[in-house]
Design a protein around this ligand. Structure first.
Ligand code: BTN
Length: 260
């Protein structure tokens, strides 16, 4: 059996990064990697520190939802400390690095559903959750949580069977967690350094977003908007054209594509 330390060093040895994953902690099981990452922040963890769990018992999803992390999934949190102006781009670099790692390691074409679900065809393969603390115009920390369905059969889990897929389910073969994780972290750092140097990651994000051009319904907490998804702003907000021709700018919400 491979021990936690071997997994940590296998990932680290494949990394092509300056700081992301240079401090990397692998746990067989955790309640949630988000909690462990935030505890590490309090203890002064360096930017780029990564926490990975084999399984999570209390995985956190967006909008207060739970996230299923059975054996065979990848649950990971990355601590970053970006300049405030780059905070909105974290969602873009996170989803783009997942799409790229999936292509490189599993050979599958994935796309993005606004704001940050990664999909294969119409099924979700990855969820992203970003938590941050901003004080006095400064980002104290941002934690990017990434959950990928890698090697399990979604049909074994009735709660997600209709809406989710996994990489092994799509390819019919097991995918290397180590390769996927190291490729993903390398991509994440490349894009993160790129945006800080002024790269227009938003255009790349827009290209991979299949939500655009579709008729959608967005549940944004207290309001529900319906219309055609026109574009995304540089800050990652969704621009929707309502039936009366007016525009709505949506900051956060849950999108359902209306089948026509
Ligand atoms: C979503 O689509 O609702 C976001 C899901 C985010 C799941 C990941 S798994 C790693 C990290 N730890 C958690 O508890 N959640 C995120």
């Amino acid at each position: 059996m491979v021990n936690d330390h071997d997994i940590e060093s296998s990932i680290r040895s494949r990394l092509n990064t300056k700081f992301v994953g240079r401090h990397l902690y692998y746990y067989h099981q955790l309640p949630t990697t988000m909690g462990t990452a935030k505890d590490l922040v309090k203890k002064g963890a360096a930017e780029g520190t990564v926490v990975i769990a084999g399984t999570q018992t209390a995985g956190k999803g967006r909008i207060g939802r739970t996230w299923l992390s059975p054996d065979g999934s990848l649950a990971m949190s990355v601590i970053l400390k970006p300049p405030l102006k780059n905070l909105p781009q974290l969602v873009m670099i996170a989803s783009l690095s997942v799409v790229s790692a999936i292509k490189q390691v599993a050979g599958l074409k994935a796309h993005i559903k606004w704001p940050n679900d990664v999909m294969i065809k119409d099924k979700k393969v990855c969820g992203i959750l970003i938590e941050n603390e901003v004080k006095g115009g400064r980002v104290n920390f941002a934690v990017i949580g990434i959950g990928i369905n890698v090697n399990f059969n979604p049909l074994d889990f009735p709660e997600i069977a209709d809406i989710a897929t996994s990489l092994s389910h799509e390819t019919g073969t097991e995918i290397s967690h180590i390769e996927l994780t190291s490729t993903l972290l390398s991509e994440l750092e490349r894009l993160y350094l790129g945006v800080q140097a002024g790269a227009a990651v938003h255009r790349e994000w827009q290209k991979k977003m299949e939500t655009l051009g579709k008729r959608i319904k967005v549940n944004a907490g207290k309001t529900v908007e319906q219309g055609k998804a026109e574009t995304v702003t540089e800050n990652g907000n969704l621009i929707l054209r309502r039936a009366d021709g007016s525009l709505a700018e949506i900051v956060a919400g849950d999108v359902t594509v209306i089948k026509e």
